[in-house]
Write a protein that binds this ligand. Structure first.
Ligand code: PMV
Length: 316
């Protein structure tokens, strides 16, 4: 039996919309922060007289994979077997240490972990490096390729690369305002957004934000990063809300946490980067030197009302 784990990642410049649906070529480059503390574990075990199948691993956050989700996962495994020239059948088990399907990018970590476990199991046939693994993983879930490197990762549509940052390690917190599985999957979202009138110019807006975000990262301008990240996730969610059919992920708690973070910035002149994935939960990223601010925010505004997961107190 083989076992592998891969972390999730949260994009600050989003991958939303595809140039090519078949091989997940993104409309624009994206940039993420790797969430080392939020992981999917996958095991692989040969089975005889049985098709490839999937089962949940016991976890503190048990989840049921929808039929659609399971088919997509097994189709990616078939793609991996074809790549390695493998015809035997396997049982895949997977589990997350965080709630799935609600905007914490579980598809990134679960596709990355599945690709990783297959690369380990079949390495005697072909041993491929981390960049090739990431490319293979992107065929199953585009965002999963960014889970193969730590910290800031750029995916330009072909390859991944690590981006140097003067800010060092970050504190991540996701505020769980809803943990119900989302009604519209990210694969569907990628298709629907092309029907939005706002999709025109999206590639240029995302590329421009990426450029300015990278410049401000190098010049250590944290407030500028906050502003860019804010407009970027609103841009993505505006595409969702103006698609045909329109759909959306915001809950009242999503807006409440966003307002709390914005008021905090206004009062302190400093605060977290704020972003949301395709789900209702709000991600906050803080510099390590902001740990007092982080604790103040958590104690006064979050703790008594919502559940949250963070890596505060852990060194990644
Ligand atoms: O990898 P996919 O096809 O599940 O796309 C998900 C894309 C977002 O998570 C919504 C944004 C991103 O860049 O991670």
């Amino acid at each position: 039996m083989w076992q592998a784990e891969r972390p999730s990642n949260i994009a600050l410049i989003k991958y939303m919309g595809k140039k090519n649906i078949q091989n997940n070529t993104p409309s624009n480059a994206s940039l993420s922060w790797t969430l080392q503390h939020l992981k999917t574990t996958v095991t692989l075990e040969p089975v005889v007289n049985h098709e490839d199948c999937w089962e949940a691993l016991p976890s503190d956050f048990p989840f049921v994979m929808s039929k659609k989700g399971r088919n997509k996962y097994l189709a990616h495994f078939k793609r991996l077997k074809d790549y390695f020239g493998v015809s035997d059948n396997y049982k895949i088990r997977s589990g997350n240490n965080f709630p799935a399907d609600c905007g914490i990018a579980s598809s990134a970590s679960s596709f990355a972990a599945l690709t990783e476990v297959a690369c380990q199991a079949f390495k005697d046939i072909k041993n491929i490096d981390v960049y090739q693994r990431a490319q293979l993983s992107a065929l199953g879930s585009g965002s999963s390729c960014r889970s193969f490197l730590p910290d800031w990762v750029l995916w330009d549509g072909e390859k991944i690369s690590q981006v140097e940052s003067p800010f060092g390690d970050l504190i991540h917190m996701v505020v769980i305002v809803g943990d119900q599985a989302k009604a519209v999957t990210s694969s569907e979202a990628h298709k629907f957004v092309s029907t939005s009138a706002l999709f025109e110019g999206r590639t240029e807006r995302a590329e421009q934000r990426l450029k300015v975000f990278s410049e401000n990262m190098q010049s250590k301008n944290w407030p500028a990063l906050y502003e860019i990240a804010w407009s970027e996730f609103w841009d993505m969610h505006a595409l969702f809300e103006t698609s045909n059919p329109a759909f959306g992920y915001f809950l009242s708690g999503s807006i409440e946490v966003q307002s709390l973070a914005r008021n905090f910035w206004q009062q302190k002149g400093d605060g977290p980067l704020v972003t949301m994935d395709a789900g209702p939960n709000v991600h906050l990223l803080w510099r390590r030197d902001q740990c007092d601010l982080f604790e103040e925010f958590e104690t006064h505004f979050i703790k008594n009302k919502w559940q949250s997961i963070s890596n505060f107190g852990q060194k990644t």
